[in-house]
Design a protein around this ligand. Structure first.
Ligand code: NAI
Ligand code: MG
Length: 491
């Protein structure tokens, strides 16, 4: 079995306590690699490397040069994308069809932020004060901790790493304990691109043993995190004690809203892609399907037909539609929620149990599951499941769709299916979500800001906005002539 050390200061090093843990392939159910079980000592070593790298010139490196390194990394990623995609599938069991495309797409973030690195401009501010020149400069924060989950390990790392580096920070990465290998392999690409040692470090391990000490470390200046709202809240609390900025992306319970005037078949496919793609293990899952009452029964019938034909099985096969659940606790959580929905009175019209048929292995499959008769106050409509479970909720008109759509603690995304442009605009204005898709679902790009309203998070990733999350602004005042003004009053 291959074993992976931590990557600190450009070197591969054993974990301080000499402890390791195994990572499992969710499809085969077999362990396939060993990774370092890090603790606060490993965190301290990685943070020291990052701080030294920042203090010793990375922060002062010409932005154009930083940008070129990022563009170089993009080229290397393109070469290595197929291999990275396979590594992702070995650890998270998502479809190679999706992970292969996703790893190839990573390159665009490094190119985009590489291009942005030397366009971080302050401004000259015309103040109301006599005889002074005032300007702003944007500066990096210092050492940034990047904590990532298991559902899209390299993509969600990239959303943080590319702008953090472009802005001139150094980084310590703590990937999910379930999917550490792709990030470690990625360190070879970072090295090949020529980043100075200590600029990018990775330590692996568990949330409380390695993640929490990273958040609490006094020399860490920001945390960018994607994961559960519970862990996000704990990180925010620790950050508050240090008065440290955070970016948090914490999932959701997004409404996907179908009006009677929508293109019927496109809306069916969009509803399916909203929840059964990635086996529902995506923060933007359209897990609440709101369907206008006039088409409800017909729509559900077609939905059941299409979802019922999904091919379940080997994620490495290009014609598989639904793969395994990534982790054993996640598998249990999904099954528990099926029970909760049934007990609360929802009607299961498709699936509702583990899948043990052809192509299943490793005991971590759940059938695509659809519940009707769901009311928005049920737990199955209010809590994030992160699995292939869809709740269908009927509504009568636009006003009710908005009320139900927004009646939730989360606000990551929303979908709207309609052929009425006025309605599309009204809905996109009134829905309280960081992303609204009209007649499409699950589209993201390096160019467009992504993040959550309400409990779905704090800050934005991707697009021009995101680089500001890794910068702080300084206001510089220069007197044009020196005068001996009254020193006892404010100028
Ligand atoms: P998690 O939030 O516990 O873990 C995400 C990352 O945070 C991992 O690297 C973990 O080691 C780290 N972490 C956990 N607790 C921490 C702490 N106190 N301080 C610092 N780092 C910490 O997510 P997990 O257990 O992998 O999944 C649990 C649930 O989270 C899922 O069922 C799903 O509902 C949600 N989730 C949401 C994601 C999203 O994209 N928003 C992604 C993955 C999971
Ligand atoms: Mg694994």
């Amino acid at each position: 079995m291959k074993s992976y050390q931590n990557y600190i200061n450009g070197r591969w090093v054993d974990p301080a306590a000499g402890e390791w843990f195994e990572t499992e392939n969710p499809y085969t159910g077999k362990t396939w690699a060993k990774v370092a079980k890090s603790n606060a000592d490993d965190v301290a070593a990685a943070v020291k490397a990052a701080k030294d790298a920042f203090d010793n010139g990375w922060g002062d490196m010409k932005p154009t040069q930083r940008g070129k390194l990022l563009v170089k990394l993009a080229e290397i990623i393109e070469r290595e994308a197929p291999r990275l995609g396979e590594l992702e599938v070995s650890d998270n069991g998502k479809l190679i069809a999706e992970m292969g495309a996703q790893t190839k797409y990573l390159a665009e973030w490094y190119r985009y932020y590489g291009g942005l690195a030397d366009k971080i401009e302050g401004s000259v501010i015309p103040t109301d004060k006599e005889g002074v020149f005032n300007f702003t400069r944007y500066e990096p924060l210092g050492v940034v901790g990047l904590i990532t989950p298991w559902n899209s390990p390299l993509l969600l790392l990239t959303w943080k790493l590319a702008p953090a580096l472009a802005a001139g920070n150094t980084t310590v990465i703590k990937p999910s304990e379930f999917t550490s290998v792709s990030t470690l392999e990625f360190m070879h690409l970072v090295e090949e691109a020529g980043f100075p040692q200590g600029v990018v470090n990775t330590i692996t391990g568990f949330g409380l043993e390695a993640g929490a000490p990273l958040v609490e470390h006094p020399d860490v200046d920001k945390i960018a995190f994607t994961g559960s709202d519970i862990a996000g809240q704990k990180i925010y609390e620790s950050a508050a004690r240090k008065i440290m900025p955070v970016t948090l992306e914490l999932g959701g319970k997004s409404p996907n809203i179908v009006f009677e005037d929508a293109d019927f078949e496109a809306a069916v496919m969009g509803s399916i892609s909203g929840i059964f793609a990635a086996t529902g293990q995506t923060c933007i899952a359209g897990s609440r399907l709101l369907v206008q009452r006039s088409i409800h029964d017909k729509f559900v019938k077609r939905l059941v037909e299409v979802a019922g034909e999904a091919k379940i099985g080997d994620p490495m096969s290009m014609d598989t539609h639904v793969g395994p659940i990534t982790t054993p606790p996640q598998y249990q959580k999904v099954l528990d929620y099926i029970d909760v929905a049934k007990k609360d009175g929802a009607t299961c019209v498709l699936g509702g149990k583990p899948y043990t048929g052809e192509g299943s292995k490793g005991n971590q499959f759940v059938e695509p599951t659809i519940f009707t008769g769901v009311t928005n106050d049920m737990r199955i409509a209010q809590e994030e499941v992160f699995g292939p479970i869809l709740s269908v909720i009927p509504f009568d008109d636009e006003e009710e769709a908005i009320a139900i759509g927004n009646d939730i603690v989360f606000g990551l995304a929303a979908g709207v299916w309609t052929s009425n442009i006025g309605r599309a605009l009204r809905m996109s204005e009134k829905l309280k979500a960081g992303t609204v898709w009209v007649n499409t679902y699950r589209a993201v790009s390096f160019t467009s800001p992504f993040g959550g309203y309400k409990r779905s998070g704090e800050g934005r990733e991707s697009g021009k906005e995101a680089i500001k999350e890794f910068l702080q602004v300084k206001s510089v005042w220069i007197a044009q002539e020196t005068t001996a003004a009254n020193p006892f009053i404010m100028r």
